[in-house]
Design a protein around this ligand. Structure first.
Ligand SMILES: *[C@@H]1O[C@H](CO)[C@@H](O)[C@H](O)[C@H]1NC(C)=O
Length: 345
């Protein structure tokens, strides 16, 4: 009974202490207790897993820092977390409008997208791993579910990429829903500096295929980023010219289908005439694709290189045995270009 009364008393003291606004007062109150009460209080605090247990110990805001055995949040209700640093005012004295650190972007994806390297640095520094997952493993809400690193690569922010890579080198293995890695992203968007940096970190990225079997080189060709193509070619060499995706499509055919004459020229300078008769799985050549996609500049360029013979190359049986000439039937502007070559070899 006596024991219970003492415990009750002690608990009241504990509760009182816990409701005190500032940690500094915490200390003073301890010193004002009688020795006996202090001892009991200490025991109860210990049982509750609360430190400090001695009146001589300073209960400062620093004690609330991780990894504490005791957190104010525990008593304040779920969802409320406490951020305090030894140099800051005790929590309760901090006005709600206290100046925040100079971070313009609190969202890691926004920060990565706009190249706010200081914000990215700060967000990484304040990262609390959740379920063993870092902020750098987070996925955005886009269709492809990008990570912060993939976003930075897409935008070509090499400084942001470097800060992220330094913290978590395995971001190089991250891919999106289409299985595109950072090099795919940088190459698709013509981010030359990012491409160079990625190749320096890991030259093997160049061989990576996405869901459709496309390499970064294929994407650079499709989007017409000649400088990126050259950077990739310098590392990957000749084999890049003949690699095909899951549909048997080559970089040259991809460049023709999107009408990027600059990319066609860069490829032709390396691969020559053989590229003109390359076929994909349906037997379509670059000219088939250029005609079908209504890319008049590409059609002109291909015919200039290959002449009228290209117009009569048939596709495979199952795709209708169509020639580029036939595919252009409903495209008068393409037919007009072709006519000039039709009867010439
Ligand atoms: C093909 O492109 C031309 C412009 O280059 C355009 O006028 C024409 O409508 C396009 N044809 C088709 C079928 O999309």
């Amino acid at each position: 009974m006596q024991m219970a009364t003492a415990l009750l008393k002690a608990l009241r003291v504990v509760c009182f202490c816990l409701t005190l606004p500032a940690a500094k007062t915490f200390q003073v109150t301890f010193q004002e207790q009688s020795d006996k009460t202090l001892q009991v209080t200490s025991e109860v605090l210990d049982k509750l897993g609360i430190s400090p247990s001695s009146g001589s110990q300073r209960g400062t805001a620093a004690d609330l820092q991780a990894p504490p055995r005791f957190r104010w949040g525990f008593f304040r209700g779920a969802g409320e977390s406490v951020k305090a640093s030894p140099t800051q005012q005790p929590l309760a004295k901090t006005p709600p409008s206290a100046p925040q650190p100079q971070i313009k972007h609190n969202d890691i994806f926004k920060a990565a997208e706009v190249g706010d390297v200081e914000a990215v640095r700060a967000l990484i520094a304040s990262d609390r791993y959740k379920d063993g997952k870092s902020i750098l493993d987070k996925r955005d809400e886009s269709q492809y579910k990008n990570t912060p690193f993939l976003v930075a690569a897409e935008k070509g922010h090499v400084d942001v990429m470097s800060v992220i890579h330094e913290k978590k080198p395995d971001v190089l293995q991250q891919t999106d829903e289409n299985r595109d890695n950072a090099l795919h992203h940088a190459a698709s968007n013509g981010r030359l500096a990012a491409v160079d940096q990625l190749l320096e970190w890991d030259p093997k990225l160049i061989d990576a295929r996405d869901k459709g079997g496309k390499t970064s080189f294929m994407l650079a060709a499709y989007y017409g980023h000649v400088k990126v193509m050259e950077a990739l070619f310098a590392k990957g060499g000749e084999k890049l010219l003949t690699q095909t995706d899951n549909s048997g499509t080559t970089p040259f055919i991809l460049a023709a289908s999107s009408g990027h004459v600059g990319a066609l020229k860069a490829l032709y300078a390396k691969g020559g005439k053989e590229l003109l008769t390359e076929k994909d799985n349906r037997g379509w050549t670059a000219l088939h694709w250029a005609a079908y996609s209504n890319q008049s500049a590409a059609v002109s360029q291909l015919l200039e290189w290959g002449g009228g013979a290209l117009l009569n190359i048939k596709t495979t049986k199952w795709s209708g045995e169509k020639t580029p000439w036939e595919l252009a039937k409903e495209k008068p502007n393409i037919r007009k270009i072709m006519k000039e070559y039709k009867n010439k070899k």
